[in-house]
Design a protein around this ligand. Structure first.
Ligand code: SF4
Ligand code: SF4
Length: 169
């Protein structure tokens, strides 16, 4: 993993971006984890479900809601498995001193598309893929969220993490 803070947003090819993000130190990751989209977990529903089960079982990914629609995002630091947790600002569980610990391609879509932008020392970084778009995308696969939650809860109850491992392969 690169040690630049820019790795927070994976824009290593852009020198200007590098300077902006290094100087900033990742305030976006410190205020709210980026929203994940269904395609972050797989191309088809058959691929998405096992990956989602695995992700939720690690407790580093959680289900959140935006305007009554569920979506998935990385957990805040210290946030326990929070099915239906509410949105409040805090630091992303994947943020380390040297940047995001996830490889660029494994980061939530919102993180991959966020564009650093600073005007008159004010941060106006933006992305076209925020939690609103994420919740719309997940609305077509809400049943997968329910299925994944159920499987994780069942595995927890039975203390049968082998089953989660099997389904996640
Ligand atoms: S995208 Fe913006 S807020 Fe995030 S690290 Fe870069 S400059 Fe900072
Ligand atoms: S997943 Fe990585 S890039 Fe996205 S908010 Fe968390 S630390 Fe930042």
């Amino acid at each position: 993993m690169t040690i630049y803070s820019l790795d927070l947003r994976g824009m290593m090819d852009d020198e200007q971006t590098l300077k902006v993000c290094v100087g900033c130190g990742g305030r976006c990751c410190k205020s709210f984890p980026g929203s994940a989209f269904p395609e972050d977990f797989g191309k088809t529903r058959e691929e998405i479900l096992p990956q989602l089960v695995w992700a939720l079982s690690t407790q580093t990914w959680v289900v959140d809601t935006y305007k009554d629609q569920r979506f998935v995002r990385p957990a805040y630091k210290g946030e326990s498995q929070g099915f239906g947790s509410s949105c409040s600002g805090d630091e992303c569980v994947f943020l380390r001193d040297n940047g995001c610990e996830l490889k660029y391609e494994n980061r939530p879509k919102e993180c991959r598309y966020l564009k650093p932008h600073v005007v008159a020392e004010k941060f106006k970084c933006n992305t076209s893929f925020n939690k609103q778009e994420a919740s719309v995308a997940w609305s077509r696969h809400d049943d997968l969220i329910s299925d994944a939650e159920q499987k994780v809860k069942l595995a927890e109850k039975r203390k049968n993490w082998k089953a989660v491992e099997r389904i996640a392969i």
